[in-house]
Write a protein that binds this ligand. Structure first.
Ligand SMILES: Nc1nc2c(c(=O)[nH]1)N[C@H]1C(S)=C(S)[C@@H](COP(=O)(O)O)O[C@H]1N2
Ligand SMILES: [Mo]
Length: 192
């Protein structure tokens, strides 16, 4: 019954898979450019009311949370039950007030991606520095990447360098090439 071998991969049998997604056991690397050579890591956070710059030591000193969750790439693979640790954006932005509703994330190497603040705050996003108990590998965005598992994985900017709030939405790298401004996998928001 060869036809049954693919059954376990089908969405009907795994409600954790969003529409149009299939299970991936490995961990593909998707980078639009080369892995950047980061000499001195620093994270810059800014709103219209203030800014803050964190060194690696500053970042390490902040409370890290353990995260177990699924990830969904717009190219249609999903990984279930992955483990990460990192600092919540609520912690990173604590005390930095803003009236803005959007943010642009910038990475070492030049990648950008835009997100509404409502998807970055409220326990929905982290800057992570470990994956499955190990320091995050450079090919996956190490030493630290943004992690927004509720949205397609292109929003999880690898080698994150800065997060700046903005008054109105602007499009990042993939968004300006036709990908969706938000990217909710459950609503299959792949393209604009
Ligand atoms: N800086 C940067 N971040 C990035 C990308 C990139 O090209 N550069 N690709 C995005 C895309 S499209 C995906 S699917 C994920 C892939 O992450 P991975 O290589 O760890 O699987 O990273 C996202 N973050
Ligand atoms: Mo992707």
């Amino acid at each position: 019954m060869a036809g049954f071998t693919g059954f376990g991969r089908r969405r009907e049998l795994d409600p954790r898979l969003p529409p149009g997604q299939h299970l991936e056991k490995g961990f593909p690397v998707l980078s639009a450019g080369p892995t950047p050579n980061i000499k001195r890591w620093e994270l810059q956070l800014g709103t219209e009311q203030g800014s803050r710059s964190l060194s690696w030591a500053d970042f390490q000193a902040l409370p890290h949370e353990q995260i177990e969750t699924d990830i969904h790439c717009v190219t249609s693979w999903s990984k279930l039950g992955t483990h990460w640790s990192g600092v919540s954006l609520d912690t990173l932005f604590d005390g930095l007030d803003t009236t803005h509703e959007y943010a642009m994330t910038t990475s070492y190497g030049g990648y950008t991606t835009n997100l509404p603040l409502s998807e970055l705050l409220g326990g929905k996003a982290w800057v992570v520095d470990t994956y499955e108990g190990e320091p995050l590998g450079a090919e996956h965005g190490g030493p630290a990447r943004l992690f927004v598992p509720g949205l397609y994985f292109w929003k999880s900017a690898k080698w994150v360098q800065g997060i700046q709030t903005m008054a109105s939405d602007r499009r990042g790298f993939w968004e300006s090439m036709g990908y969706h401004a938000l990217g909710d996998p459950w609503r299959e928001q792949r393209y604009a």
